[in-house]
Design a protein around this ligand. Structure first.
Ligand code: NAP
Ligand code: ZN
Ligand code: ZN
Length: 350
C-alpha cells in the first residue's frame, strides 16, 4: 500500500476537504498513474451531495483522469513508465459476460467497478477517484491519450467526450442527419464538437443567451434559445436524433415534440428527480425515448483517436483543487465554459 493525497466529501452536506488515504501497490496487471489533471463532471457533484442516494463516504470523486505512468506490473504489455494515459468512469468489470465480451463494459451483467463510489474488489471498501495525487488501475481500463492533444484539455474526453460519442455513433449521427444537443455544459459542448466533426446538421438548444455565440463557434449549425417558444416550434417533428445532456429538471416533452417519425431522444443527463414523459409524446410519430451510459473501453479509445486525428479537445477552465466548491457553485448556475479541470500540482502546494 502507498499513501495518496486528495480531496473528499465526508457527508452529503459537507464541502470537499483534504483527505489522505491508501492505494494498493500495483499488481501484475496494474498500471500506477501520477494524476496530472482531472476534469470536473456534474456527476461528481450529484454524487458528493448524495443526490442519487447511493453515495459511500468518504467520497473522492473524479473520473476524467489524465496522467503519467509511474510503475507497471510484470504482466503489463501495453504501457510503460512515462506514458501519457487516461482513466474514465470505470476501473474494472467481470470481462466474461456477454456485454463485456462485446466491449460494452459499462453494461456489465455483474456490474462494472466505478472509478469512484464503486465496490473495490481488490482492496475492499469502495473506490476513490481522480481528485487525488495517484491511482492504480487494471491495464485493460487504461486509455492511451494521443500525443497531439493538450493533456489538460483532453481530460474531459474521458467522461464528457465518450458519453456523447457513444450515442452519436450508436444512433448513427452523420451526414444527412439532423441532430440536436440539449444543454451547453461539459457534456453538451463535447456533443456539439463531435456531432459537427461526424458531419451531422447540428442544432444546439440552450437556456443561456450568453452561450449562443459560443454554440456557433463550437460547431453548431443552428442555436435555439429553448426559452423562445417560436424558435422551438420552428423545429417541430424534424430531428432524427436529440441527445439531452441537461443536469436539472426540465420539460422533456418540449424536445420529444421536435423528433420526427421513428426518431429518438436519448437522455444522458441524469437529474435528481424523474422526468415526466407524456404518453402522447412517444405514441405520436412512433418516437423512442432512450438512454445511454458513458461508453465501452474500445469505443473510448476509438473516440480518443478520432479526437487526436481531428484536433478535438474540451474548452476548459483550469482550477486548483482548493477552488472545487466555487466550481460546483458555478456549475449549479450553468456558469461553466465549458469544463473545469483541476491541476493536481495544486495538491502539493496545499
Ligand atoms: P454541466 O456542465 O453542469 O451542464 C449541464 C447543462 O444543462 C448546463 O450548462 C445548462 O446548459 C443545462 N441546464 C442546467 N440546468 C438547466 C435547467 N434547469 N433547465 C434546462 N437546462 C439546464 O453538466 P455535465 O457535466 O455536462 O453533466 C450533465 C448531466 O449528465 C449530469 O446530470 C450528469 O450527471 C450526467 N452525466 C451522465 C452520464 C451518462 O453516462 N449518461 C455521464 C456523465 C454525466 P445551458 O446553459 O446551455 O442551458
Ligand atoms: Zn462524468
Ligand atoms: Zn461483465
Amino acid at each position: 500500500m502507498f499513501t495518496c493525497t486528495g480531496y473528499a466529501a465526508g457527508a452529503a452536506d459537507q464541502p470537499l476537504a483534504p483527505f489522505t488515504f491508501q492505494r494498493r501497490d500495483p499488481g501484475p496487471t496494474d498500471v500506477a498513474i501520477e494524476i496530472v489533471y482531472c476534469g470536473v463532471c456534474h456527476s461528481d457533484l450529484h454524487t458528493v451531495r448524495g443526490e442519487w442516494g447511493n453515495t459511500l463516504y468518504p467520497c473522492v470523486p473524479g473520473h476524467e483522469i489524465v496522467g503519467r505512468v509511474t510503475a507497471v506490473g510484470g504482466a503489463v504489455t501495453r504501457f510503460s513508465v512515462g506514458d501519457t494515459v487516461g482513466v474514465g468512469c470505470m476501473v474494472d468489470s467481470c470481462r466474461t459476460c456477454a456485454s463485456c465480451r462485446e466491449g460494452l463494459e459499462q453494461y456489465c451483467d455483474n456490474g462494472f467497478v466505478g472509478t469512484y463510489n464503486g465496490p473495490d474488489r481488490k482492496s475492499g471498501g469502495h473506490t476513490f477517484g481522480g481528485y487525488a495525487s495517484a491511482i492504480v488501475v487494471e491495464q485493460d481500463f487504461v486509455l492511451k491519450i494521443p500525443k497531439s492533444l493538450d493533456l489538460a484539455a483532453a481530460a474531459p474526453l474521458l467522461c464528457a467526450g465518450i458519453t456523447l460519442w457513444s450515442p452519436l455513433r450508436h444512433w448513427k449521427a452523420g451526414p444527412g442527419k439532423k441532430v440536436g444537443i440539449v444543454g451547453l455544459g461539459g457534456l453538451g459542448h463535447m456533443g456539439v464538437k463531435l456531432a459537427h466533426a461526424l458531419g451531422a446538421h447540428l442544432v444546439l438548444f440552450t437556456t443561456s443567451k450568453s452561450k449562443v455565440a459560443d454554440g456557433e463557434r463550437l460547431g453548431a449549425d443552428e442555436v435555439v434559445l429553448s426559452t423562445d417558444p417560436e424558435a422551438m416550434k420552428a423545429h417541430t417533428e424534424s430531428f432524427d436524433l436529440i441527445v439531452d445532456a441537461v443536469a436539472a429538471d426540465h420539460d422533456i416533452n418540449a424536445y420529444l415534440g421536435l423528433v420526427k417519425r421513428d426518431g429518438t431522444l436519448v437522455q444522458v443527463g441524469a437529474p435528481e428527480k424523474p422526468l415526466a414523459v407524456a404518453a402522447f409524446s412517444v405514441i405520436w410519430k412512433r418516437r423512442s425515448f432512450a438512454g445511454s451510459l458513458i461508453g465501452g473501453i474500445a469505443e473510448t479509445q476509438e473516440m480518443l483517436d478520432f479526437c487526436g486525428a481531428h484536433g478535438i479537445t474540451s474548452d476548459i477552465e483550469m482550477i486548483p483543487m482548493q477552488k472545487i466548491e466555487e466550481a460546483y457553485a458555478r456549475m449549479l448556475k450553468s456558469d461553466v465554459k465549458y469544463r473545469f479541470v483541476i491541476d493536481m500540482a495544486s495538491l502539493k502546494a496545499a
